[in-house]
Write a protein that binds this ligand. Sequence first.
Ligand SMILES: C[S@@+](CC[C@H](N)C(=O)[O-])C[C@H]1O[C@@H](n2cnc3c(N)ncnc32)[C@H](O)[C@@H]1O
Length: 275
Amino acid sequence: MAAKVRAMRVVDLDRDMSDVIPTSMSRDSEFLFDRMTQATIDAALPGPGRRILDVASGVGQDTIAMAVRGATAVGAEPSQRMIGMARLFAEEKQREQKIDLPSWVQCWSDRLPFATGSFDACICKGAMDHFDTPEAAIAEMARVTSTKGRVVLAIANFESLSCRVGRAVDDFRQDILGRDPMRERRGYDAPSDHFTRYEVDLIREQASRHLILNEFRGLSMGWGMPGWADFLGWLPQFVAGACVRGMDAFARLAPVLADVIVVVGQPRRSDSTSA
Ligand SMILES: C[S@@+](CC[C@H](N)C(=O)[O-])C[C@H]1O[C@@H](n2cnc3c(N)ncnc32)[C@H](O)[C@@H]1O
């Protein structure tokens, strides 16, 4: 009889963020990361008395930021190493100011060990494309969030303006000029540790099966576009700031071209069937 082989997940549970945290940041990166963090956290409405779950919390910076705003914050993360770092960062923050330390739970996003409706909000930032079963994760986030609560998903758009321009430039170089692509890793291709290459239709389709969508917002535009970071670096700071804010305004008008999509929705289940 053939031996039964159990499926194994390919996430490195001892991973930390040293390979993804950049050591220096261009102006467009700085703007995008800050904007994505603020928009995600603000949408969860953190405050005293609110229970908020951060799914795939990584090293916990967003979980801690929500605790700083008074929320009862819980970080859910499979990597024990990242949880260890998150604990240290939270304790460091507590030495600076009085906060209720977040709780950290080691778990997968598609099997959240919490009762139905136990949170007022749930966030998941920059992580869904790392999940092998992302839609099951959305279903779980919807389940553990109260029916009057909100689920906030923030995800990179691989059909953004920058991805389209980058691809067009590379196609031109390769097909017309017979040269190599501009960079080794092409920004419009999902990195090797991603399972899903999200764009607006896919995230809308998956999210709307489990959430009643209240907001579908585009953030930032132009991040990673060939020459954009150098151009911004060359401008006086206040002009560069006006440029990235202007592009952010375009992203709001045309989420399909935005760098990041933020989806805010309410769980799609009735009060009579669950908490
Ligand atoms: C790029 S990090 C994002 C972390 C954090 N949300 C942030 O914004 O910095 C992706 C995270 O997803 C976690 N992850 C990968 N697969 C997962 C899964 N199936 N369930 C839960 N978390 C997972 C990783 O351990 C990692 O912490």
